[in-house]
Design a protein around this ligand. Sequence first.
Ligand code: DX5
Ligand code: ZN
Length: 221
Amino acid sequence: MSDFLIAPSILSADFARLGQEVELVLEAGADIVHFDVMDNHYVPNLTFGSSICKALRNYGVEAIIDVHLMVQPVDSMIESFAKAGANWISFHPEASLHVDRSLQLIKSFGCQAGLAINPATPLSCLDHVMHLLDHILVMSVNPGFGGQQFIPQTLDKLAAIKQKIASSGRQIRLEIDGGVKVDNIRAIAQAGANTFVAGSAIFGQPDYKQVIKDMRTELAE
Ligand code: DX5
Ligand code: ZN
């Protein structure tokens, strides 16, 4: 697996043809599938649950499924997504009463564990749990909707988290989520991200292959 991973968010896919959309975006060169779960409680929007994840597995999707839980409470959803075939699971620390326990729960199912950090969430939430993290999902928009503008202050935040990761001595993926496009992906990578979620930038274009290729070109320069 290359060091830079492109993770299309199916939030912006055509839900009526979801299996086909996921197949198309993987054929177009995507590395992993980002799966935004919203509950109309932790965030003001509602998407899909674990049965859709299971349906994608039954359809034949073999790629890594990166589940981003924007739900409260989180633990019951961790279990159902792990059983439905999720590989990576992240949640927001504000949404769990016992962050360490929720991270351990993810790992108990053999999944990779992540914390999702909102634009106004202080980085102190990472203290004491770095040893449990496989990825950190940095939100560059407020969670709940696709198609929002990238918040530029996130670049400094990424750089600070990159340092924290380096001092932990652990291999932790640094994932960015929200407003990622061909024209800002290089700056985001320079700030330290290595995993790029993009919803509207990919599914909003007719040629998925071209967008992913353009993103990789930016990352290679
Ligand atoms: C927002 C979601 C994102 C979103 C990204 O709450 O977590 O994954 O789908 O969409 P774009 O790339 O359109 O900002
Ligand atoms: Zn997301």
